[in-house]
Design a protein around this ligand. Structure first.
Ligand SMILES: Cc1cc2nc3c(=O)[nH]c(=O)nc-3n(C[C@H](O)[C@H](O)[C@H](O)COP(=O)(O)OP(=O)(O)OC[C@H]3O[C@@H](n4cnc5c(N)ncnc54)[C@H](O)[C@@H]3O)c2cc1C
Length: 416
């Protein structure tokens, strides 16, 4: 099908110049901005929404999955926001549930304390380039389009939005058919201490059995000790990087939220009300960049170690069925390294990509996508970008021993 193309030429005011520009304020973006600022670099972070924390707050994915190495900025955040969960050593795995509202507030003040200039309601639109080099971005702000110039840009949008626009090759989903993990709208219920009337709006579903539920299983946590139940039980097939699929998901997932809550109110949670629905449907998987190295299923299964390690995890292979079936492919792994090269895109200079959209196959990303790992990748990307600025080097050529030394200086410990 031929597509009508519209030419656009605009003069955009240069709003700010910085050394490091982070796009996206989720786990990867907040950690990248903190670590770059700690290197003494002038750092700006652009965030599309009004809050930091990404899927953890916006998507209400308010539980950390265990990764077997609780270290660096992630460890600091746990220590300051869920101190009871902090393990004695970084080697112990934890999976604490947290308050997304408290994390949102904490990250606002934390980034301010670290000296990061955060621009909320600022959406990346286009990459500025000189030849193959990314030199900044055009963003939509509350005051219209503005340009932000930078020496190094770190794409932490989760969707590789900057990389894609800048011309980095992108892959999405399974090799055989491109299908991604399904989307889920997370919600919370609250124990009121007395029976409540189950509520079901029109056009929703009446689930009677576990088998009828969207995931064919129960998946919820109640670990905060205050009667807050965090529910991950909706499931909508589709690719969160596509307009059509996300449009459908926002409507279908909300129907499922009411329907699952209604089911729970009749099956064990008779005292619980629906207390919070995330502002947007959560996207597990959309776009992955092609980087200097692509993390594979074999790397995970073989417990592969890399000299340019930047993050370590033993989180399982965890693939919610992409084709709408009820199952989830969950496979134990012993632990592996993620190399720096997964964050360095091919074909473009002056750009790093951190978080879930690094260079990884569908199976490999199902394990590395969880929040603690995205914090770890972001922390490394912020330091790497700083080194590229300080040493005036391409991001692919920063000295690995200095990167590791700086990570160590910022509290990151790797397991041998
Ligand atoms: C339903 C669901 C359940 C999950 N369960 C768990 C779990 O139990 N535990 C766990 O640890 N992990 C879980 N995950 C995975 C984890 O939450 C994400 O993979 C992780 O948050 C990704 O971090 P990120 O920083 O790469 O991206 P995100 O968290 O997606 O953050 C990206 C940020 O970039 C911003 N952004 C996007 N585009 C633009 C733009 N154009 N301009 C400016 N800003 C932009 C977004 O608003 C967002 O703030 C789950 C994910 C989902 C969707």
């Amino acid at each position: 099908m031929t597509q009508t193309m519209i030419a656009l030429e605009r003069q955009i005011p240069l709003y700010a110049e910085t050394e490091i520009l982070v796009v996206g304020g989720g786990p990867a973006g907040t950690a990248a901005a903190i670590s770059a600022a700690r290197c003494g670099r002038k750092t700006i972070l652009l965030e599309r929404s009004g809050q930091l924390g990404g899927m953890g707050t916006l998507g209400n994915v308010s539980i950390y999955m265990p990764v077997g190495n609780t270290t660096g900025i992630y460890r600091e955040i746990v220590a300051e926001t869920v101190p009871n969960a902090l393990p004695a050593t970084h080697k112990d795995s934890i999976a604490p549930q947290y308050s997304p509202f408290e994390l949102r507030h904490y990250l606002n003040s934390r980034l301010e304390r670290e000296g990061v200039d955060v621009f909320y309601h600022t959406s990346f639109i286009a990459a500025m380039k000189e030849g193959d080099r990314v030199t900044g971005v055009i963003a939509h702000t509350r005051e219209g389009l503005k340009a932000f110039a930078a020496q190094v840009v770190i794409d932490c949008t989760g969707d590789a939005a900057v990389a894609m626009e800048a011309g980095v090759p992108i892959r999405s989903g399974r090799d055989e058919d491109g299908m991604t993990q399904p989307m889920t709208l997370m919600f919370m219920m609250q124990d009121t201490g007395k029976p409540v009337k189950p509520f079901l709006p029109e056009d929703c579903y009446t689930y009677e059995t576990v088998a009828e539920l969207p995931q064919g299983r129960h998946l919820y946590w109640e670990r905060c000790g205050n009667g807050t139940l965090l529910v991950n039980m909706t499931r909508v097939k589709g690719n969160g990087g596509l307009i059509r699929d996300t449009n459908y998901a926002e409507k279908e997932a909300l129907k499922q939220v009411f329907s699952v809550a209604h089911y729970l109110q009749r099956n064990g949670f008779e005292n619980y009300i629906l207390s919070h629905v995330a502002g947007q449907t959560g996207v597990r998987e959309s776009n992955q960049i092609e980087g200097l190295y692509t993390l594979t299923e074999a790397d995970l299964l073989n417990g592969r170690r890399f000299p340019d390690v930047v993050a370590q995890t033993n989180y399982e292979i965890d693939i919610h069925s992409p084709d709408g079936k009820k199952g989830t492919d969950e496979r134990h792994i012993d632990g592996y390294d993620i190399p720096y090269r997964c964050m360095v895109p091919v074909k473009v200079e002056g750009l790093l990509v951190a978080g879930r959209s690094i260079s990884a196959t569908h199976v490999a990303m199902s394990s590395m996508r969880v929040q603690p790992t995205c914090y770890a990748l972001g922390q490394a990307a912020g330091i790497a970008a700083s080194l590229a600025v300080e040493e005036k080097l391409p991001v692919a050529e920063i000295p690995m021993d200095t990167l590791h030394a700086r990570l160590g200086g910022q509290g990151v410990v790797f397991l041998k």
